[in-house]
Design a binder for this molecule. Structure first.
Ligand SMILES: Cc1cc2nc3c(=O)[nH]c(=O)nc-3n(C[C@H](O)[C@H](O)[C@H](O)COP(=O)(O)O)c2cc1C
Length: 191
């Protein structure tokens, strides 16, 4: 079987974002699995307008009108599965991430998604909202997630402190094992 294409979406575009650290960390762990072909997607590279197509993507025939949204749709279409790396903003997830999800519909369908989040409660409230949205997009959110607590304590001078994410290696592994199972199963089913 071809390698399974996993796209890791960084949920923050802020300067000095923390997002960068867990995204690169989980990408390294995912790449260590020989079944995965991993690509990091940075929403800074896809500066899309707030969704303003005349109809919902569910009813759209053909690609989005906006060029950047079109590129985004093509990238999402390539994927067999996703890992979303999300902060918690006001007990939810960032608007830039919601907008990226809203832009396309069919390209997300019948694909699994796993979550790495962070915040004072490990970003758990943001992930609960992401799970609900994923179901509406006909995705399969996997059970296990990585919840990183108090990310602001894990960086010094913009760099991740040595070993700061080591305590999360176990939850990352169980999440990746579940993602692998679902990615393989759904790719076969989509076949
Ligand atoms: C607009 C905004 C709202 C936030 N709200 C929450 C929150 O509700 N819960 C929480 O745990 N952290 C909250 N935070 C703190 C973030 O978890 C923290 O700043 C984190 O580093 C943001 O992720 P980023 O650096 O990747 O953008 C908030 C931060 C911002 C900028």
């Amino acid at each position: 079987m071809d390698k399974l294409k996993i796209k890791i979406i960084m949920g923050s575009t802020r300067p000095d974002r923390f997002s960068e650290h867990p995204a690169r960390w989980i990408a390294g762990l995912a790449e260590a699995k020989r079944e995965f072909d991993v690509e990091l997607l940075d929403l800074r590279d896809y500066p899309m307008p707030f969704y303003d197509e005349p109809v919902s993507p569910t009813y759209r025939k053909g690609p989005p009108h906006d060029d950047m949204a079109k590129q985004w749709a093509e990238k999402i279409k390539e994927a067999d599965g996703f890992i979303v790396v999300s902060p918690e903003y006001n007990h939810g997830y960032p608007a830039v991430l919601k907008n990226a999800f809203d832009q396309v519909y069919f390209e997300w369908n019948q694909k699994p998604v796993a979550f790495v989040s962070y915040g004072s409660t490990g970003g758990a409230r943001a992930v609960e909202q992401l799970r609900g949205m994923a179901v509406e997009l006909q995705m399969a959110p996997v059970r296990n997630a990585v919840h990183i607590f108090a990310p602001w304590d894990l960086v010094a001078d913009g760099a991740l402190k040595a070993g700061a994410l080591d305590p999360y290696a176990h939850s990352a592994e169980s999440m990746l094992v579940q993602l692998l199972w679902w990615t393989r199963a759904l790719k076969t089913a989509r076949g």
